[in-house]
Design a protein around this ligand. Structure first.
Ligand code: GDP
Ligand code: MG
Length: 360
């Protein structure tokens, strides 16, 4: 979009130049001629008004692209041990040990391996959260850990999770949990998974299966190694410098600090002091904190951070965009709010159910 003229936008959107000029006047832009180029924010706003979906393409040629840690979501049937497994994994983190086990719960955490590699885990297990993020186009998760209890086997939500991961094209690593139980039967679980169409590694496929116990904490290192191996095969890389492409993982309202958003950067760097648009909200980054609650100047790819300074509460899956000024931030936010409202009314018109944020 950078530097696109009104003429080009008209051509690409199929809208008349006159209609675009009207929109521009409505949002308070002074327009000269149709040969004037629009700033990226204005172009996005206009595109939103006419209902064209836009994705920003940052021109960052020449920026360094480096390997980044994988971002992992845990899914599986209720009571199969998702929360227990996340807790157990969190306790294996070097950072958790160094901090005496006291880490902030901000919706994500990082496990640092002795090798120096790290894995970022999203702390909100569950299909609703996964779907909410996907619905907003947020490709946050690189990998899914599918938790299946060794004594219970494949259940309806196991099958649902497989479908979600397949839909999103996200590779699965299976963790057969509760292997400490006398009734555990991992072999039976494997047969069940295979008959659900999962090509397991030991049967000649490419899906790794790890036997673990969140209770006795056995097999966790194997699981972490499996995730790193999978990540390595995916060659996950990210641009470090330049404007951030980031997403909200979780948001909450703090009495003293106002709206707080846990964010994960997918590319580029978020910097303290930047004006940002987050979904339909806006603000200026007043503070960035890591999972240990320590203040930071910036956030780089796959690093979960908590951001302070928003004017309103965003939703999980919302994208975070840095813009050059407060005016731009306000304007984009207002434009997006208008668009959301329009979509909502449209849905009511069509008699569709408008569901609230499906976050768990
Ligand atoms: P979630 O609903 O998938 O998040 O499951 P939870 O983590 O809440 O676990 C459900 C129940 O299974 C709890 O009572 C846990 O203590 C228990 N549980 C979880 N993991 C294990 C395990 O590895 N072994 C045993 N024996 N129990 C487990
Ligand atoms: Mg749970």
């Amino acid at each position: 979009f950078e530097g696109m003229t009104i003429i080009e936008l008209a051509k690409r959107s199929g809208e008349s130049i006159h209609a675009l000029q009207n929109i521009l006047t409505n949002v308070g832009e002074n327009i000269g001629s149709e040969f004037d180029s629009l700033s990226i924010d204005i172009a996005e706003l206009v595109a939103m008004e006419i209902g064209v979906n836009v994705r920003r393409l940052h021109s960052c040629e020449g920026a360094a692209v480096l390997p980044r840690p994988p971002v992992v979501t845990v899914m599986g049937h209720v009571d199969h041990g998702k929360t227990s497994l996340l807790d157990a994994l969190r306790s294996t983190s070097v950072a958790a040990r160094e901090a005496g086990g006291i880490t902030q719960h901000i919706g994500a955490f990082v496990v640092k391996m002795p090798s120096g590699a790290s894995i970022t885990f999203l702390d909100t297990p569950g299909h609703a959260a996964f779907s909410a993020m996907r619905a907003r186009g947020a490709a946050i998760t690189d990998l899914v850990v599918l938790v299946v209890a060794a004594d219970d086997g494949v259940m309806p939500q196991t099958i649902e999770a497989i479908a979600h991961a397949k839909d999103a094209n996200v590779p699965i690593v299976v963790a057969i949990n509760k292997c400490d139980k006398p009734a555990a039967d991992p072999e039976r679980v494997k047969v069940q998974l295979a008959s659900e169409g999962l090509p397991l590694e030991e049967m000649g496929g490419d899906i790794q299966v790890i036997e673990v116990s969140a209770k006795s904490k056995s097999g966790l290192d194997n699981l972490e190694e499996a995730l790193l191996l999978q990540a390595e095969m995916m060659e996950l890389k990210a641009r470090i410098d330049g404007p951030a492409q980031a997403y909200v993982v979780e948001a909450r309202l703090d009495r003293g600090r106002g709206p707080l958003a846990t964010a994960i950067v997918k590319a580029g760097t978020l910097v303290c002091g930047q004006h940002i648009v987050v979904g339909a909200e806006w603000g200026r980054i007043r503070a960035i904190r890591d999972t240990a609650g320590k203040l930071r100047e910036d956030a780089t790819p796959a690093m979960p951070v908590e951001i302070e300074g928003l004017k309103g509460l965003p939703m999980a899956g919302d994208d975070i965009t840095a813009v050059e000024s407060e005016e731009r931030a306000k304007m984009l936010s207002a434009g997006r709010k208008k668009k959301l409202e329009k979509d909502r009314l449209l849905k009511i018109d069509e008699g569709k159910e408008v569901s609230p944020d499906p976050l768990e």
